[in-house]
Design a protein around this ligand. Sequence first.
Ligand SMILES: Nc1nc2c(ncn2[C@@H]2O[C@H](COP(=O)(O)OP(=O)(O)OP(=O)(O)O)[C@@H](O)[C@H]2O)c(=O)[nH]1
Ligand SMILES: [Mg+2]
Length: 179
Amino acid sequence: MFDHKIIITGPVGVGKSTAIRTYSTSAVVDTDVRASDETRQIKSDTTVAMDYGTIVLDAETKVHLYGTPGQERFDFMWEILRSGSRGLIILVNALAADPAQELRFYLHAFADIINKVPVVIGVNQAPKDEQTRAMVATLQQVVQEMGAEAEVLIVDVRKRKDVNKLVKRILFSDKLFAV
Ligand SMILES: Nc1nc2c(ncn2[C@@H]2O[C@H](COP(=O)(O)OP(=O)(O)OP(=O)(O)O)[C@@H](O)[C@H]2O)c(=O)[nH]1
Ligand SMILES: [Mg+2]
């Protein structure tokens, strides 16, 4: 059995905890608490340390999913969580004021691993329309500008098959080295 540690990161409320709850078959560990600051306007609970869940995909493959906190004041956890990781999923909120800027921020924050492990971008909370398709093209351009290599996929992380698509992109990538 091979263990694969995959990190899910992205801004507050994008759906990191939701993705892990949707996908994991083990009991999920979360560190969500009632939000006390401006996050409260977005949703009631926020992750302060991490989310964790696992799924056994086949006889040889066990995936461990770790979700980072979205709030930047907990960014010390990003460093801790990324060690030993085998891939990075960055979720971007399609409804944010500037999704391209969000993506730049996370590619920059994880700059030391994006060229070492496979990366995939999930555009969440996305209406299926022309604007979303244009946004995917813009985000693909951001990936290029940042010297990274990553596919941009439209997802709804409340759907297991969509989270599965993100995980599979990482597992089937030919970049196989963990950091
Ligand atoms: N409308 C819509 N809602 C979504 C979608 N994906 C997730 N949500 C909802 O958006 C919210 C996301 O919240 P979380 O999963 O807690 O977000 P998070 O990224 O863990 O946030 P922090 O831990 O605070 O950083 C949940 O209420 C989801 O049900 C989507 O595609 N469309
Ligand atoms: Mg969370």
